[in-house]
Design a protein around this ligand. Structure first.
Ligand SMILES: Nc1nc2c(c(=O)[nH]1)N[C@H]1C(S)=C(S)[C@@H](COP(=O)(O)OP(=O)(O)OC[C@H]3O[C@@H](n4cnc5c(N)ncnc54)[C@H](O)[C@@H]3O)O[C@H]1N2
Ligand code: MOO
Length: 411
């Protein structure tokens, strides 16, 4: 490990470089929500699969389009969605939205644009008159107009959202090749910690980080295989790390005990386990004492500082970066927003501040919230985004453009 205090960007790059790619597996597309594609998806067929009507109305042949206005055209057949292809036989064909276009049809006119004479089941049958010209191809959805067979429709690294399942189902793709679900463990250190249901005792606090980290990891697509509160003792911590490895965790997230306190034993515990510490201490806030280590088992260990915002920020940026990289996802691209207040900041430090976003007549504006200390939970709850104040600036004037990141990073 370098002894130098490294930058936020260098730390992100180090996490990305050390994150191992997870193996691939094949799963049912219907069960694949939130999973990450390991391969491009190529359309096996056209969408639509056949020429069909876009409106309920009448399919017309080329001769009908040339008729003078008001010429009666007999309706000789009907075509419903689900029918096989039929053939035009000289008359018009009453057709329903989505029904396969009969061979020889060149346009569809909506029912409300024609005058109806007679009735389908009456003697003499149904005739239509066109009040206006109908253009060739009108209201026809052509095969392959949406997707063409052989086209790459989804790229490897895509995290499957409901919209992707729509496309897969339409194309009849029942299975997809995805990355394994990353397994995570959450270890919260601190002899002061109580479970959330316990009554407060003198000097104790409730373990707030644990439930948050478990929920945020699940939202990021990880499976939490172990969650444990760990008293302030080195052996209890090493036991918990071993239990996390035994549970198959690819990523172990611990909170607390990484700073300068008498009980800040995480660095020593990792040394005793022969872990390789990649970094410990960053020029960033919150999260200055953040630690990242590689365990001999191959698991990644994130030692996040105990303050709730320091843990939340470390999970949001470092653990999320690792989970993305392990699943072959590209690095996250932030949005950008215009800063609404001027500020001075410590040069060389990256600050990640809780902020509100506002859409001001199409311009995205970011307002940093007051009270940014890392013990405060309330501004986090009120925030829409983390706003990144870059290290190269000591003064940020109003109107500066900042990168902003959704607060939970669960996309
Ligand atoms: N002398 C120094 N003191 C501190 C420094 C420093 O550089 N020199 N750094 C400060 C910074 S910055 C941070 S961040 C914290 C990090 O401390 P630790 O990671 O060692 O964490 P703890 O001391 O265990 O806890 C810090 C704080 O967070 C509360 N906490 C811990 N776990 C939880 C939990 N699961 N849920 C809710 N709250 C939790 C804990 O009670 C403490 O108040 O160190 C500073 N000190
Ligand atoms: O880095 Mo600590 O997280 O500033 O409070």
């Amino acid at each position: 490990m370098e002894n130098r205090v490294i930058s936020f960007r260098e730390a992100l790059a180090a996490v990305r470089a050390h994150a191992p790619m997870l193996p691939v597996e094949t799963v049912a597309a219907a069960q694949a929500l939130g999973r990450v594609l390991a391969e491009d998806v190529v359309a096996p067929e056209d969408l639509p699969g056949f020429d069909n009507a876009a409106m309920d109305g009448f399919a017309l042949g080329p001769a009908h389009l040339a008729f003078p206005p008001d010429t009666p055209i007999p309706v000789s057949r009907r075509q419903f969605a689900g029918d096989g292809h039929g053939v035009m036989d000289g008359g018009a064909c009453q057709i329903m939205t989505g029904a396969r276009l009969p061979l020889g049809a060149v346009a569809v006119v909506p029912i409300e644009r024609v005058q109806l004479d007679g009735a389908w089941d009456a003697p003499g049958g149904l005739r239509i008159r066109l009040a206006e010209t109908v253009a060739p191809d009108a209201n026809i959805r052509r095969a392959g107009q949406d997707v063409q067979a052989g086209q790459a429709v989804l790229v490897a690294g895509t995290r499957l959202a409901p919209k992707h399942l729509l496309l897969l189902a339409a194309l009849g793709i029942g299975v997809v090749v995805v990355r394994a679900v990353p397994k995570a463990a959450v270890l919260c250190t601190g002899s002061e910690l109580l479970a959330e249901h316990e009554a407060p005792r003198d000097g104790h606090i409730r373990n707030a980080n644990g439930p948050y980290l478990c929920a945020a990891l699940a939202a990021m697509g990880a499976e939490v295989v172990l969650y444990r509160a760990v008293p302030d003792a080195l052996e209890a911590y090493t036991d918990a790390v071993r239990a996390a490895e035994a549970a198959g965790a690819h990523v172990i997230v611990s909170t607390g005990a990484v700073s300068m306190g008498v009980h800040d034993f995480v660095p020593a515990a990792l040394q005793s386990m022969r872990a390789e510490t990649v970094f410990h201490k960053l020029a960033m806030r919150p999260g200055k004492p953040t630690l990242f280590a590689l365990l001999p088992s191959g698991a990644l260990l994130f030692g996040l500082p105990g303050n709730p915002m320091s843990s939340a920020c470390g999970l949001r940026f470092f653990v999320q970066t690792a989970l993305r990289a392990m699943q072959g996802r590209p690095p996250e691209r932030p949005r950008h927003a215009v800063l609404m207040q001027a500020l001075d900041k410590k040069p060389d430090w990256t600050l990640l501040q809780r902020a509100a976003l506002a859409d001001d007549d199409g311009v995205l504006r970011v307002q940093l919230l007051p009270d940014q200390e890392s013990f405060r939970i309330q501004p986090f709850v009120q925030a829409d985004v983390w706003a990144l104040l870059p290290p190269d600036a000591a003064h940020l004037p109003t109107g500066s453009v900042l990168a902003v990141y959704p607060i939970d990073g669960a996309d």
